[in-house]
Structures are given as C-alpha cells and as structure tokens.
Design a protein around this ligand. Sequence first.
Ligand code: IVH
Length: 692
Amino acid sequence: MASPDVLARVAALRREIERHNHAYYVLDQPTIPDTEYDRLFRELQALEADHPELLTPDSPTQRVGGTPLDAFPKVRHVVPMLSIRTETDTEARGAQAFDTRVRKELELAESDPPVEYAAELKFDGFAINLRYEHGLLVQAATRGDGETGEDVTQNIRTVHAIPLRLVGDALPAVLEVRGEVFMRRDDFERYNARQRDAGKPTLVNPRNGAAGSIRQLDPRLAAQRPLSFFAYGLGEVQGWHGAPDTHSKTLAALEQMGVPVCAERITGQGAAALIQFHDDIAARRDQLPFDIDGVVYKVNRFDLQRQLGFVTREPRWAVAHKYPAQEALTTVLGIDVQVGRTGKLTPVARLAPVFVGGVTVTNATLHNQDEIDRKDVRVGDTVIVRRAGDVIPEVVASVPERRPQPAPPRFDILQTCPVCPECGSHVVRLEGEAAARCTGGLVCPAQRRQALLHFAGRRAMDIEGLGDKLVEQLVERGLLHTPADVYGLSLDTLAGLDRMAEKSAANLLAAVETSKTTTLARFIFALGIRNVGETTAKDLARHFGSLDALMAADAAGLLAVRDVGPIVAESILQFFAEPHNREVIATLRGAGVHWSESTGVQQSAGMLAGKTLVLTGSLPTLTRDAAKERIEAAGGKVAGSVSKKTDYVVAGAEAGSKLDKARELGVVILDEAGLLALLAADEAPGQFTLNF
Ligand code: IVH
C-alpha cells in the first residue's frame, strides 16, 4: 500500500504536470524548461511503476497510448451531433443573408434592435465529442453519422491539449464538450519532413492528418501525431449549476475549466459585425497557424436558439460562411528539376495555372522521387494542388481516374537527369537518402547561386541587397564563384549590370563592407556546411571560441559539442577536409572579414555561462536579435518565459507580464545598461579581437 506521502506526491505531480501541459499546449506559454518537465514526468512514472494500484486513466503518463484495438466500440450520442448549413456565397452577402433569415424567423420588425451573434472560426479538422463526468474525461467519440459515433477515447487521451480532468470546484455531473481536433500547419510540416527523411509515408493535408490519427487503431501511432483541439459547443449537460445562457459565455466557461477555446472569436450586433469578422479573418487567414475553411456565425442567446430550432438536421441559428478553397484541381504540364544549395535535386511540377489559396499557382514542389512514387504523379495527370499560408504550393495527390490513356510513363529523376541539368556533373542517390544530388559542388552554378544567397542571408553575413536576381546575374557572368568573390566586387563591375543604378551599387558595397565585422557563429553558419544550421553554428562558436580551433577539431572533439551527433560531425569534417573550402575561408579572412574570438567555453566560461536570461519589452538601443546574440556569445541562454530558473530578466519599454512574473519570483531585473555592464565585464578579459 502506498503511504499518504506517496499518494500526496502522486496527486501533486499530476496536477503540476497537467498545469504545465495546459500552459504549453493551450496557452502557448511554457512555464518550465523541457528538462524540468521531463524530470517531473519521470518521477511520476517511477512512482506509478512502484505503486501500480495508483495508476488512473487521467494520469498524464497515460497520454502515450495503450494497446491497439481490433475495432472501435460504437457510441450513441444522447444529443445528436448535427452539421450546419453552409452559406455558399463567399462574399460578405452571405452574412447578410443569414441575418435576414434569422430576423424573419424570429419575426423581428425592421425597427427592432439587431440580433446578437457569436462568430468564430470554422476549423478544418475532425469533430469530436468529449464526455466529462464530474470533471473527469470518461469518453471521446467521433461524430459518425451524427447519431452513432465511435469510441476513440484512447487516441484522444494522447492529445495533450485536451484536459483529462477539468479545472474548477462546481463541475457539472455530465458535460459533453464538442469541438474539432486538428493539426497545426507547422506541426504538419514538421511531421511530414520527419517522415520524408525517414522514407515513411507523409500526410496529405492537416485535416487528413487529424482524421487519420483519431481513427488509428493503434494509440501509440496516434500519440506520435501532433494534434490540437478547440471547443465550439456542447452536447449532453447534466447538473451544471449556474449554466451560462449564451454561447459566448459557454465558451468562456469552458476556457475557465481548462478546455482550449480559440481566441479568434467575437460577439457583435447584427450583420455588420459578422461581415467585419468575415473580412478581418479573410485578410489574416494565411497568418493563422492552422487551416480554416470559413467562419461560423451563431445566434448568441440560447433562448433564441431554441426558438429558432432546426430544419431537418441543421440548426436555423448557425451557419458556416466559407472562404475560397486552399486546394484545387489542375493538370501537370511537365516535371522540372531544380538544384538546391547542397546539390539536392527537387522535382517541381509545372502546372496549368490555377487559382488556389488566394494566388495563381503555376509550380508546385514534388519533394523527391519517393514522394512522386507514392503519389504516382505523371505528366498529363490531374492533380490536387494545395497552397496554405506561406507554405510553398505542393502537389498532394494525383487523380488516377483522370489519367490520359494510354498512360504516360512514370517519372524517374535519375533517368531524366543522369547528369545535373545545370552543370552536367554526375547525379547520385546515396543509399538511405531520399534525395538525388548533383556532385558538382561549387562548380555547379545552381549550387553556387544558392550557396551565395545563403552566405549573404540575413541570419548569415547579412548583406542587404545581394538578392536572387543579382546573384543570378553575377554567377552567370562569371563574376562570382565563391563567397570570397563578394569582397572583391567593385563599383565598376556592379555598375555594368542590368538594372543596377549607381546608388544601389554603392549601397551594396557599403553593405558588403559592414558585413566584414561579424560574429563567429554567423560566419560558421554562412559557410553553408551541410547539416549545420543556425543553432548548431552558435553551439560550435561557443564551444570552440575560434575558427582555427573548430577547423582543427577531430570527430571526438566535435561530438563533445552539445547536440552534435555523428552525422553533423561528419559533415563538418568533410567540409574542412576540402582544400577548396579552406582556401575560400583564407581569402575571406584576407579580405578583412573578422569577428571576436575567445578561447572557447571549456577553458574560460563567459560571465553568463550557464545563466538563463529573459528579454521583455523594447530596449533603447539593442534589437532583440542583437541582445540575444551578445548574451549567447557570453555563454548565456535566452529563454522565452520567466520561471524560478531565470537568472536575469532584461526589461525595456512596455515590458509586460514577464516583468510582473519576475517581480513575483524575485528574479534580478536589469535594464539595457545593466545588461551591457554585465557583457562588458565578460567581453573585456581573456578575449581579443582578431583582424585578419
Ligand atoms: S458548430 C449544431 N462551430 O463543421 C452546430 N462547427 O457542419 C454544430 N466545425 O461537423 C457545429 N468549426 O465539426 C461548429 N466553430 C465551429 C466549427 C464547426 C468547425 C465543423 C464541425 C461540424 C461541421 C459543421
């Protein structure tokens, strides 16, 4: 039997872990570092392993997925899950038409005041009914045919945003929360990129991702899919004292109980408010982190909802007002191959122009050979093209029924491009790699162009004005071969180029000059070493302190760097083993590119080594990026939120809740001058600036 101490500890851990879950997955405001969360989680797991009798279905450890099922049991909905009428007119008139119908049904005269509406987003996911009894999640069911759905409780438990237990004292005996499970676009992209790298099947779109995960018989697979949830209504309710009398108050009450509710919602009077919401969201649709296919308008007062009732299976008090689709059908005119910075060959479908997601799309990526094979996309095919947000348009599926006959041959990248289309070098596809690559390195103009653009990028050497078109011209005319050539450009050479006025040539040269003073981390990143992104570059700079130390490091030395594994270490070794790359580096240094160096973290830890700082508000002179860069150079870490682990909070003008939190926790608060003083103490001793 577990002692009262153990019981209390288990309960406290569960509460705390779920509080952090909520902060992380629902509020998007992490409260503690991942390592701390993992520690709490492991402690709970260990206690539950020692005392299996304490294990309950609402324990956060049960979110990882249990044993696979043979089939989902059926669930009868006490209150049917209805659908809503769709307003087909995508223009503002749709909202007007809804308001007119509602007023007519309610027999309102023109002189009567406007009807109050709640407006929210129409999430493009999968409808779910969550049944809570006395606050405990007891069952989750799909909509099914509206009368009978399927019991998917096991899978729903793996969705971290869904509370296993509601928060509050006077919780209803029965509360069915209805809402949509969906996948955020960034989660979808990340999941697909991972699957693609592993040569595993990808998801067609976030909606299918959400639906497929929930209808997955093996909950351990469902647990690997990053899903989110928003509530939009209720099903059966029993014993809710002081139950709200409007839709908007209901959503607010659910939010109080810890249920995720989307903040993009309003209440407003009459059609005008609806039209404004519709247009506002339409303008921001691409910036939302998830897909929506429209907005939903609801009569806010429940008594009026009851009065309006239903027509067949649709309520008269709600309507979905759709936006133009983000997926469309078109035909593949051809498949081109583009060469990227690291020589990767990307097949791109040339399409019959099609209007999708608000723009006309003529090209869409096909990613790699595996993806083409899986989707079986052929020239002449009718395909579904998707463009959502700022993501590059993508061919998500081909429609084989519409394939021309006789069927065109399958596309094979190695057959089409036995040599690189840009430079004629051999193309190889290495064992275990999804991508085919050009072996030409910087001999290949495409790789050279991309490498130069990367080198000049904002987060690398930050050479403003050295963009796409200019780099293309310079490479084509043989004026730029390697990044080192950037520092040999002259006003005369630049002035001779197309569309290059003297003023912009002078500006570019000034930017080139400014870029000579940089940081070691930026320089390492700018080199474009395969598998070395910005974060790794920062880690390498901090660890080795100087470029020579990095260049001299062997595999063991590289593996000692945080987050550097064998693949990254191998890429770095290969890069520096190449005499040509060493030459470019020497030339860059010779041209005056310099940065401040140190002896590295091991030998002399920076003043801020091991310290965690949080920036809030705007500082008088430093940009956030600049402050972050300098803190990191001194060995410190910049975190997004304040916790007991925070060492300093640097507060500027209009600092918000982070400053309050810092005061509350007694964290040391600095202004910019204070930060600079700390950094000065760090940057002075033991460090020196090298000018090559
Ligand atoms: S209300 C009785 N609100 O769209 C009204 N539905 O046909 C019940 N949906 O299957 C639905 N976002 O899954 C409502 N904010 C929202 C919604 C929403 C997405 C889905 C829902 C339903 C379909 C409506």
